[in-house]
Design a protein around this ligand. Structure first.
Ligand code: CU1
Length: 525
């Protein structure tokens, strides 16, 4: 007995997507939405990267430059990486735990559909009189409160809607994992991807209300004569930074922990081995998530905090390198003496390891108080945080190539996938590696013109960005081609050793198992 959905009538056309409560439909919508926004936010980055090709003003006004960097950051985080990860969660968590669907399917529909409306509101500020939000993606007070343009109130509404969407999605995912596991699917038998998303959901439930509170205080300051962030009224602009980064640092793990989960599924499959140290991988992720709440002030060393608290936040940040190192070495130990093969998902997974590690190393540099005083506000910071964020993007791409056959029963073009990988991994480094040196040489971030001596490396960076943008068209074409006329995928596309690959058939059935099998993923007990 197989059926695509429960209930008697199946709406067609747009209504099917508007009304759907099916986790696969909603997963697809999240992923397609993320892909569209990836090109929107990527296009914005090309606008300012092309502007930065020459030191003087080329073709956009500084005001528009500020608007573009703001929207690029907000959209890439809330409109690309988070929805893409939610799409993966929707598609893969129910089949991985033996559940027929998410625990709260109607809420699931609403979580998704808030997003297009939220971003329509944010992007509609482009067509309003007066500037778009122009204060950078961190929207620090008083730049966003006292000096924010009128469109800031629409921006605040967008953040509220995004927060609501994230909270509801996280709630749904946590409830699904707690309540919907098949018999014998104990916590320590759960696939690492499911574990990662469980931890991510808990982080989201803790931080999104803080962000929502922060923007509510902004709204009050701007419109209702409060002075939370205004010194003249007894408030404190630094309070905004505390609130923002108490959300903002754990948010980094919201972006990267689902990526950890993806990589923990892919590397064993292409190494034909069990994941090395399953338990340690789970504990390390829990420790990283917990410590993530104790480090927020490393974004604020230069705000005049007491030296004691600067030291505390420096050491707490550096401690995170320990569980992170455990994860990296476990992934490498999984590959060690494995029967490796290098199809596109594995290439992207290895790309993740390299890109993430570079971001981790420059992260330690930024965590050191004396060094941070030098890097603060420079292009070095831009280079640094794009590495972990792009590693998350690479993990999402790895996941899409890895699971696409399970989703649609069809196989993508391996040749095109490999071209996509190599062009991406090279252009990412051509774009962002020089930015470390531009920053160390003294170029500030968020400024559209610069002294002559920074020209060469900026040009290298811009050329890299253009190549990166164009290579993503290859990804888009490969995806469309697969869905439209890809050849039928084999049952086990990656030829993993028995019990080691996630052996759902391609395409996946409505209900994967009634009871978790003993040798589920080949994890060590
Ligand atoms: Cu941080």
């Amino acid at each position: 007995m197989s059926h695509a959905g429960v209930g008697h009538h199946h709406p067609k056309g747009i209504k099917r997507w508007l009304y759907t409560t099916n986790h696969k439909d909603i997963g697809t919508m999240y992923l397609v939405f993320a892909l569209i926004m990836f090109f929107v936010a990527g296009g914005m980055s090309l606008i300012f990267r092309i502007e930065l090709f020459r030191p003087e003003h080329v073709f956009i006004q500084p005001q528009f430059y500020n608007e573009m960097i703001t929207m690029h950051g907000i959209i890439m985080i809330f409109g690309v990486v988070m929805p893409a990860a939610a799409g993966l969660a929707n598609w893969m968590i129910p089949p991985m735990i033996g559940a027929p669907d998410m625990a709260l399917p109607r809420l699931n529909n609403w979580s998704f559909w808030l997003l297009p409306f939220a971003f329509s509101i944010a992007l509609s500020t482009m067509f309003m009189s007066g500037p778009m939000p122009d204060f950078g993606w961190t929207f620090y007070a008083p730049l966003s409160t006292t000096f924010g343009p009128k469109s800031t109130d629409f921006f605040i509404f967008t953040i509220h809607m995004l927060g609501l969407s994230s909270i509801l999605a996280a709630l749904n995912i946590a409830v699904t994992i707690i309540n919907m596991r098949a018999p014998k699917m104990t916590w320590m038998k759960m696939p690492v991807f499911v574990w990662s998303w469980f931890i991510t959901a808990l982080i989201l439930l803790a931080i999104m209300p803080v962000l929502a509170g922060g923007v509510t205080m902004m709204l009050m300051d701007r419109n209702f004569h409060t002075a939370f962030f205004e010194a003249a009224g007894g408030g404190d602009p630094i309070l905004f930074q505390h609130i923002f980064w108490f959300f903002g640092h754990p948010e980094v793990y919201v972006l990267v922990v689902p990526a950890f989960g993806v990589i923990s599924e892919i590397i064993p499959a292409f190494s034909r081995k069990k994941l090395f140290g399953y338990h340690m991988m789970v504990y390390a992720t829990i420790i990283i998530a917990f410590l993530g709440f104790l480090v927020w002030m490393h974004h604020m060393f230069t705000t005049g905090a007491p030296i004691e608290s600067q030291l505390f936040f420096m050491y707490s940040t550096m401690v995170i390198a320990v569980p992170t190192g455990v994860k990296l070495f476990n992934w490498m130990a999984t590959m060690h003496k494995g029967s490796l093969s290098f199809e596109t998902p594995m290439l992207f997974a290895i790309g993740f390891l390299v890109i993430f590690t570079i971001g981790g190393v420059t992260g330690i540099m930024c965590a050191l108080v004396p060094s941070d005083y030098q890097y603060r506000g420079s292009y070095f910071v831009v280079a640094h945080f794009h590495y972990p964020l792009l590693s998350a993007v690479m993990a999402i791409m790895a996941a899409v190539y890895f699971w696409l056959p399970k989703w649609c029963g069809k196989m993508y073009s391996e040749a095109m996938g490999k071209w996509h990988f190599w062009l991406t991994v090279i252009s990412v480094n051509v774009t962002f590696f020089p930015q470390h040196f531009i920053g160390l040489a003294g170029m500030p971030r968020r400024v559209p013109d610069y002294p002559l001596q920074f020209t060469d490396l900026n040009q290298v960076s811009t050329i890299g960005a253009i190549v990166m943008g164009l290579s993503q068209l290859l990804f888009l074409y490969n995806l469309i081609r697969t869905v439209k006329r890809g050849k039928e995928a084999p049952q086990r596309p990656w030829d993993g050793a028995k019990g080691l690959e996630w052996t759902l058939p391609s395409p996946m059935p409505y209900h994967t198992f009634e009871e978790a099998p003993d040798e589920l993923h080949g994890y060590e007990d």
